[in-house]
Ligand binder design. Structure first.
Ligand code: DWN
Length: 397
């Protein structure tokens, strides 16, 4: 049974950065109600009504995974580890974005699946065979005809974007060799509850996974988890190592340990999620109080990173240009545009935070270490970051 625990109000599609904000463009902007549910049967946390993926993963997809040094390093490390541990001959990536993972592989060893046409074009130009499609059973059949079974399927920050998980897992099960491995990682619901990072809920994050929920769902597709890892990336992610039901892999102790930890933490109880929802309401109140207080002193606040996540905060808390002057972002195709819903202008950082800025809200709080290193001068002159996780606070030198 699915029960709603969180209402994040009217939200736009996070990838819909506006090129202008005249009356016509504003009237065409699409909004939906962002409500989050807990399924007591599967323990899965999902959006109550996912948006149509064709409206999200278009040929104008803005996010580029290669924008942060942290992620470049993380993808290099995981590709090296996977090659060493599983020695795959044939690898496939689902959701290859701008090739941040692919580029660690020889062009003949890996194929890619990426539904956003503009991104698929990037990796095609790099020389990687890329299917510009959504991951479905019919695509899996098409690929199987040509390549037969796959040894390793990898996916980062993609599986949680797909509404129909049964179809995803069935297609994986169909494509894998008998001892093939499916490794995927996505933001972890345990970290979201701990960090109060409610901004991990937006149209693209249709589900937030736990070990408890994914173990249950995989069974229906004759798959099982044999290893698991908690990661620090994106403010707390979970990496699952999955194989076919009768494959050679023994289940690692880490799986049993994390399962009992999740039960102790209450990830299988509706009450846990209701308590989280209360903390979210308080976070909104605290953030608005802090921003309004700073603004009353005539100080300048900007946003650091026009992330998809930050759209949830701005729209839920009703934060617009009255509080935040503009956002800076290194992603070229976001620059010169406006954030979805609240229409905050996005600028290029051009060498970092400007001297007349007093505070920078961390829209990309998940890269705080990298950002603090880059913005030493801002901190040295007394500038402060505003962060909403785990509690609303100021961060200085
Ligand atoms: O799953 C998803 C994640 C992985 O990426 C997608 N659904 C969409 C996207 O979400 P996001 O925008 O919340 O992700 P990031 O990677 O946390 O976004 C950070 C933003 O900040 C990027 O636009 C790049 C920007 N940035 C910057 O301007 N300066 C980042 C760093 C590290 C910087 O120094």
């Amino acid at each position: 049974m699915k029960k709603t625990f969180l209402n994040l109000l009217k939200q736009p599609i996070t990838n819909s950065y506006l090129t202008k904000i005249d009356k016509k463009t504003k009237s065409k902007e699409f909004f939906y109600n962002l409500q989050v549910v807990y399924d007591s049967k599967t323990h899965l946390v999902s959006l109550s009504k996912p948006v149509n993926p064709k409206m999200q993963f278009t040929d104008k997809y803005a996010h580029r995974a290669s924008q942060s040094i942290t992620m470049l390093k993380a993808f290099k490390k995981v590709s090296q580890n996977l090659k060493k541990r599983f020695k795959p001959n044939k690898t496939m990536e689902i959701g290859s974005n701008d090739g941040v993972f692919l580029k660690n592989f020889n062009k003949k060893e890996i194929i890619a699946v990426e539904p956003c046409l503009n991104l698929a074009m990037i990796t095609k130009k790099m020389g990687y065979l890329t299917y510009p499609n959504f991951w479905t059973k019919s695509l899996a059949k098409k690929i199987f005809k040509k390549y037969k079974g796959i040894d390793l399927i990898y996916s980062a920050n993609t599986i949680c974007h797909i509404p129909n998980l049964k179809e995803v897992f069935d297609a994986v099960s169909f494509s894998l060799n008998s001892d093939g491995v499916f490794v995927f990682e996505d933001p972890y619901i345990g970290s979201v509850l701990k960090m109060n990072s409610y901004d991990q809920f937006y149209d693209e994050h249709v589900h937030l996974f736990s070990l408890l929920s994914i173990s249950k769902l995989l069974k229906k597709s004759n798959l099982r988890i044999f290893d698991v890892q908690l990661l620090s990336t994106h403010g707390g992610s979970i990496r699952f190592y999955v194989c076919k039901k009768f494959s050679k892999f023994n289940c690692s102790k880490r799986v049993f340990k994390l399962k009992s930890k999740e039960i102790k933490f209450g990830l299988n109880k509706y009450k846990t999620y209701l308590m989280f929802a209360k903390r979210v309401k308080k976070s909104k109140k605290d953030l608005l109080k802090l921003l309004k207080n700073i603004k009353s002193k005539r100080k300048k606040i900007i946003s650091y990173g026009a992330s998809y996540k930050s759209a949830t905060i701005y729209n839920y808390c009703n934060i617009g240009t009255d509080l935040i002057d503009y956002a800076i972002d290194t992603t070229k195709n976001k620059q010169g545009k406006f954030t979805p819903g609240k229409h905050i202008p996005i600028k290029a950082p051009n060498g970092g935070i400007k001297k007349n800025v007093d505070y920078a809200f961390l829209g990309a709080w998940n890269f705080i270490k990298e950002i603090k290193k880059k913005e030493k001068n801002f901190l040295r002159r007394g500038g402060k970051f505003i962060c909403h996780v785990p509690k609303v606070k100021l961060i200085g030198l």
